[in-house]
Design a protein. Structure first.
Length: 150
């Protein structure tokens, strides 16, 4: 999230072609194709991308986001759906559940194709009182429109 972009936005120098004020989005995903998709989808907004749990924690502690998108499987060895370790999106879901002052107002969307892992992540976050939803990646664009108009 750029301080300069925020300042330019307040001064009226940012193109708001999205028909609304820019929103601040965080993405945790290791798939560079998804990075491109998110950049295009949120091209008039602020987007921060992390590929690891360590990077994710740094971004989430330092900034305030309107939307937080979490993938579970961050390494090929997690694609079996059975592993919830400190290297998966589950670690961030657990960390957010244990730290209610971090991103308290953000809408959290778990977008992994790994349904079993997504359910575990959503359950952990909902128990902590978080606003969270599971949306498989192929259905994500339609669901985003319910939260933030283009």
């Amino acid at each position: 999230m750029s301080i300069w972009r925020g300042l330019l936005n307040r001064l009226g120098f940012v193109d708001t072609a999205a028909g609304r004020n820019p929103i601040y989005i965080f993405l945790l995903d290791d798939d560079r194709r998804r990075h491109r998709w998110f950049r295009k989808r949120f091209e008039h907004d602020e987007l921060d991308i992390a590929e690891t749990v360590v990077e994710a924690k740094e971004y989430l502690q330092a900034n305030n986001y309107d939307g937080v998108f979490l993938d579970h499987d961050l390494l090929p060895e997690h694609y079996d759906g059975e592993t919830d370790d400190e290297m998966t999106g589950y670690a961030i879901a657990l960390w957010l559940a244990q730290n209610p002052k971090i991103q308290p107002a953000a809408t959290i969307i778990v977008h992994t194709r790994n349904a079993d892992a997504a359910i575990r992540m959503v359950e952990k976050l909902r128990i902590a009182g978080r606003n969270v939803e599971y949306v498989p990646f192929p259905m994500l664009d339609a669901r985003i429109k319910n939260y933030w108009k283009s």
